[in-house]
Write a protein that binds this ligand. Structure first.
Ligand SMILES: NC(=O)c1ccc[n+]([C@@H]2O[C@H](COP(=O)([O-])OP(=O)(O)OC[C@H]3O[C@@H](n4cnc5c(N)ncnc54)[C@H](O)[C@@H]3O)[C@@H](O)[C@H]2O)c1
Length: 149
């Protein structure tokens, strides 16, 4: 089964990819644009050694995304690429709109065009959370994704 993970180099994406790669029947295809919302070196580190096919693309670019769907038969999409952070969304609302809304719409359209019937989306903003709460949230999300795939 081919699983496309967007935002694969991020906090949740890379952990999920590591877990899923333990199952030989899954081929993981990843997209990330390694943006500078936080240090991209952390993201490079996150994906080191992962058995994935990586596309350094931006989900806002419909034509680039389409290439991925042409090259691979995508069975499931786990959509984690997004702009996060409440404060920064107030300063740069249009970037958030483009990535979180247009980027998601691009994926939905391509899922429809290429007959991919399953797309999991995780977009939420947690404005007040301690490190422990964030870790709990991350683990809870990972468990939900692993159950769904
Ligand atoms: N971490 C949490 O506790 C938590 C809680 C609730 C919801 N979520 C949601 O889960 C998703 C992933 O969260 P995370 O903590 O892994 O975030 P993250 O910022 O670590 O990862 C997001 C990844 O998406 C990539 N990305 C951003 N814009 C992109 C674009 N235009 N094209 C391609 N890639 C792009 C970034 O480079 C980054 O690697 C987000 O939608 C977030 O809102 C996270």
């Amino acid at each position: 089964m081919n699983i496309l993970i967007t935002g694969i180099a991020g906090f949740i994406g890379n952990t999920l990819a590591k877990e899923l790669s333990k199952n030989d029947s899954y081929n993981i295809i990843g997209i990330d644009n390694f943006n500078e919302y936080y240090n991209p070196e952390f993201k490079e580190e996150n994906i080191k050694g992962l058995k994935i096919k990586l596309y350094r693309y931006d989900i806002r670019d419909f034509d680039k995304l389409k290439e991925i769907f042409k090259e691979n038969k995508i069975d499931k999409i786990i959509h984690l690429a997004s702009m996060v952070g409440v404060r920064s969304s107030i300063d740069n609302p249009f970037v958030y709109e483009e990535v979180n809304i247009k980027g998601t719409l691009n994926l939905l359209e391509l899922a429809k065009d290429f007959n991919c019937k399953s797309l999991f989306l995780a977009q939420a903003q947690v404005s007040m959370a301690t490190a422990k709460q964030r870790l709990l949230m991350k683990n809870w999300m990972l468990i939900q994704f692993l159950r769904m795939v």
